[in-house]
Design a protein around this ligand. Structure first.
Ligand code: FES
Length: 179
């Protein structure tokens, strides 16, 4: 007896083979893409890192000119502005500003009050690092500091009347700003 071929079964077999070959193709495609990605990463990352090394890291310097505050914030005598390392002095309506950066190696000097002295000599600046000492007017008199402390120019901000310290402009010793 002659066997009749099963038409439906052959089609299913064909579909299965087609699906298997499609799966294999997709797997090969994924593996090939992963391979390309790995090679690109292996070469690309060092190249990117070398290019990045040519770009300097951003250096955020404090602004050299800044608003120190409204005039009535300043009491008579010295006010230390720690984050900018300057002393602002007030005598009535007259102001001056002395930098707190030691002229030896840049440590921050400390204001030391001298009890029993005349007002103009009532304090000094002492450097804690190597012992430099400065009179109240900023002039150096002891230790390795080679020169006096810097004076900086002051002005009033035209928009809101705040006191502006301009550290880009070194003033003569004894310079005063009267409002
Ligand atoms: S940094 Fe001030 S004495 Fe050296």
């Amino acid at each position: 007896m002659k066997k009749v071929p099963e038409v439906g079964g052959a089609r299913e077999e064909g579909d299965r083979k087609e699906r298997t070959s499609e799966d294999r193709f997709q797997r090969r495609e994924i593996i090939s893409r992963l391979g390309i990605g790995a090679v690109a990463a292996a070469f690309g990352i060092p190249v990117l890192m070398s290019v990045r090394s040519l770009v300097p890291n951003a250096l955020y310097e404090k602004p050299r000119r800044f608003k120190a505050g409204k005039l009535d914030l300043f009491a008579e005598g010295p006010t230390f502005i720690a984050d900018q390392r300057v002393f602002v002095f007030r005598e009535g309506r007259t102001f001056h500003c002395i930098g707190a950066t030691c002229t030896h190696l840049g440590c921050t000097v400390q204001l030391v009050r001298q009890p029993g002295q005349e007002e103009s000599e009532a304090f000094e600046f002492h450097c804690p690092c190597h012992g430099s000492r400065f009179h109240g007017d900023g002039s150096n008199y002891a230790g390795p500091a080679p020169r006096p402390l810097d004076y900086f120019r002051l002005e009033l901000a035209p928009d809101d009347g705040q006191l502006v310290v301009d550290m880009s402009q070194v003033a003569d010793r004894g310079w005063r700003f009267t409002v």
